[in-house]
Design a binder for this molecule. Sequence first.
Ligand code: UD1
Length: 350
Amino acid sequence: MRILSVVGARPQFVKLAPIAHALEGRAEHVIVHTGQHYDELMSDVFFRDLGIPRPDENLAVGSGSHGAQTGAMLAGLEIVFERYRPDWILVYGDTNSTLAAAIAAVKIHLPVAHLEAGLRSFNRQMPEEHNRVLTDHASDLLLAPTEAAMRHLADEGLAEKGLLVGDVMTDVLYSIRDSVDAAPVPEGVRPGDYYIATLHRPDNTDDPERLRAIIDQLAGLSRPVLLLTHPRLARLAGEAGLKLTRGAVRSVAPLPYPDLVSAVMKSAGVVTDSGGLQKEAFLLRVPCTTVRSETEWVETVELGWNVLVGADVAALRDVVARPAPAPTDAAPYGGGNAAEVVADALLSGG
Ligand code: UD1
């Protein structure tokens, strides 16, 4: 059987890793990179560190407006799909690369499986929300990470295509966690005495006033804050004349995945607007503060390990410095074998 994976952005490389390993020796696995992310630290380093085979094709689409970027991918992917005519096209998560691949596939009648199906923020301002809703409705097999995701699929009349497989990011995290346990903390900070922060969502980065208010809050924290600066944040802060390194905040380059896991494990807390990082913090039992009004990973909030700070960021500093949550041994994201379940489902035809 020939399975073709389409990836393009950082979190998708992480999800691809366990899938590539689970398919090894069981299927022909073609990897197509759209080129949505292209910087060394946003792309290449993940393939290297996570042992992912080099992509068979790279469309080198690069950055652009949503329409231009998605459209360029759509046209490029159609040609690649026709060349390989795979038995399954596997798409990951909710980026523009995901939507482009799903549309390109259905137009030429190739079966699509969507990994991370059924997640919803119910916020139609987010490009990811359009991407995931449209991708779910275009797909033939919906590989859901959580019970909540399965419920969303049922609510939209998609229950019959849904399959609860668990979360593949949990697979990667568990496989890396132990090997980085003894690694040193980032330079210049002490174990358990710093925060890790990331910000890249347009909602937070594109309005200079809001961005300034968030950085002000982080700058006032009593522990150092390592702000892992996504290129989008660097560019927009630069354009707004906003200095990111000030007060407690130190702006540093994005980290390779093992270094990120190590840095989060040893931190006092995480402040983020990323989807994946909220869940990774929870799995490592590090308190998280999410700078958004809603989350797709509701279990992290329900279990007390994640607190949302949305429209009004004035409370951010106090929320980050809150007392530690109650311990839990809940495992809403599965036991770390989701990729095996996905491989079995694809190989048995869904
Ligand atoms: C994308 C995904 C988002 C995901 C995130 C992970 C969409 C709509 N968004 O957002 O869901 O959480 O990836 O990081 O698909 N840039 C570079 N170098 C790169 C990549 C981007 O400089 O390698 C800069 C460019 O200025 C670009 C901007 O970052 O315009 C945004 O990149 P883009 O891929 O459009 O969206 P992300 O914000 O990364």
